[in-house]
Structure formats: structure tokens, C-alpha cells
Design a protein around this ligand. Structure first.
Ligand code: DXP
Ligand SMILES: NCC(=O)COP(=O)(O)O
Length: 243
């Protein structure tokens, strides 16, 4: 299959709304526009501190999203209870530090195997597809496999932040090797974090990748080009990378 899917992360529409405590811009509206432009799914991260997406957004989006909801969340009892109530199509378990500016690394699945496995099993039993947001590291991929997660999302932050061509090429090789290793174990492989119009193509070209989740750069471009065009342009770049 030569197709690659785009999950559009709409968190930062809510960041802008929350900066003034207004009713606009509304992530519910953003999801509808992104889907119209070709998004294959909508990703939202319900942070413990509710700095962007909040409980109201999750509840309404569950009713309005036409494609599928990918709910990113920490592995806590509170979040697992919310997911079991909301029942999104996908949950992506991510690490979370209250003081971080954004997600800084992958979830340490190997270091808390029983906890992540228990959450994965509960969510899976409720019919939710679970993905684990991890670094492209064999020990973490093996641990994700041991948890029974059908999906992983490889963290592309180090690739995105690399400041030299050599460093970026090294990071790309790590993501490629991780994708291939996980694919051979039968895991479906997504990737995301920090991907932009300038760095997305080499990642999108990796044949094992099923979906990319991209948010911040799309919302940034939408300020100038509009959300519909910004989503469509990202989708086009990804598809071009697949030849
Ligand atoms: C889990 C992850 O990769 C993050 O990119 C998240 O989806 C975006 O939310 P923040 O910008 O709050 O980190
Ligand atoms: N999981 C990554 C994601 O949803 C989007 O990350 P970013 O593009 O906002 O950095």
C-alpha cells in the first residue's frame, strides 16, 4: 500500500482560544475544516493541566468528528476513566510533565511495563485501539509489543530538532530502523511530533509508516494560508513522498 494517512492535531486552535478565554477559535470548527480538507483523523491531547484541549472539547468532538478521534493522554487513572467514558476510536498513551513546553520524549514503556500493559488492556477491552508514543528504540518497541498495543507512534522530535544535515540523517535512520523493526513484529507504525512542511518528506517516504500526526506546523501555516489549504498542502507533500 502506497498511501499514508494524516492525522491532524488541533490542540493549538485551543491554545489560541484559551489565551484570551474566548469561545473562538473553536477546535470543533477546526476539526470540521480539517476533515473537509482531507484529514484522515483528528488528534487531540487532553493534558492533565487542560492548557489547550479541555473536557468540553473532547465531549463535543466525540459527537462531531466524522473520521476518527485519536485521544492522546497520560497513563493515569483519571485519563483512562475519561477514555473509557468517551470511547474514542484511538487512544495514544504519551508521557507528560506538567512543566514541559511540549512532549519531550517517548513514553518509557519498558520502565513501567505493568502499568502501561494494564491501561492498554483496559482500553482494548472497551474496543479502543491503543497506540504507544515511544522513541525509536528496540527495548521500547519490544515493551510495546509485550503490552499488546496494536499501534505505536514513533516520536520524531529529535529528527525535527536536529540542527545539522548529519544529525538529521542519523535521526531519520533511527526512525527508519524502528519502523522496520516494529513492522516486522506486526505492529502498525505511526509517527509524529515537530513535523513541518520542510522536514516531512523523508519521514513520509518510510514505507512502513501508516499515519503521521501533525499539528503545530499546520496551525502555524493556517494563520497565513487558511486551515483548509494548510491541511491539503501537508497531505500533498506526504503523498508526493510516497511517489
Ligand atoms: C504527544 C505529542 O506528540 C504532542 O505533540 C502533542 O500531541 C501536542 O501537544 P503539546 O503541544 O501540548 O505537546
Ligand atoms: N503526536 C504528535 C502530534 O499529534 C502532533 O505534534 P506537533 O505536530 O504538534 O508537534
Amino acid at each position: 500500500m502506497n498511501n499514508i494517512l494524516l492525522g491532524v492535531n488541533i490542540d493549538h486552535i485551543a491554545t489560541l482560544r484559551n489565551a484570551r478565554g474566548t469561545r473562538y477559535p473553536d477546535p470543533v470548527h477546526a476539526a470540521e475544516v480539517a476533515e473537509r480538507a482531507g484529514a484522515d483523523g483528528i488528534t487531540i491531547h487532553l493534558r492533565e493541566d487542560r492548557r489547550h484541549i479541555n473536557d468540553r472539547d473532547v465531549r463535543i468532538l466525540r459527537e462531531t468528528i466524522q473520521t476518527r478521534m485519536n485521544l492522546e493522554m497520560a497513563v493515569t487513572d483519571e485519563m483512562v476513566a475519561i477514555a473509557l467514558d468517551v470511547k474514542p476510536e484511538y487512544v495514544c498513551l504519551v508521557p507528560e510533565k506538567r512543566e514541559e513546553l511540549t512532549t519531550e520524549g517517548g513514553l518509557d514503556v519498558a520502565g513501567q511495563l505493568e502499568k502501561v500493559k494494564a491501561a492498554t488492556e483496559k482500553l482494548t477491552a472497551a474496543g479502543i485501539k491503543v497506540s504507544l508514543f515511544i522513541d525509536a528504540d528496540r527495548a521500547q518497541i519490544d515493551a510495546a509489543h509485550a503490552c499488546g498495543a496494536p499501534f505505536i507512534e514513533l516520536h520524531t522530535g529529535q529528527y525535527a530538532e536536529a540542527t545539522t544535515e548529519e544529525a538529521q540523517s542519523d535521526e531519520l535512520k533511527k526512525v527508519a530502523a524502528g519502523a522496520s523493526y516494529a513492522h516486522n513484529l506486526g505492529i502498525k507504525v505511526n509517527a509524529g511530533h515537530g513535523l513541518t512542511y520542510h522536514n516531512v518528506k523523508p519521514i513520509a517516504a518510510l514505507p512502513e509508516l501508516y499515519e503521521l500526526n501533525i499539528g503545530h506546523s499546520i496551525m502555524g501555516r493556517a494563520m497565513f494560508d487558511g486551515l483548509e489549504k494548510s491541511v491539503a498542502d501537508m497531505r500533498l507533500l506526504m503523498q508526493e513522498a510516497r511517489g
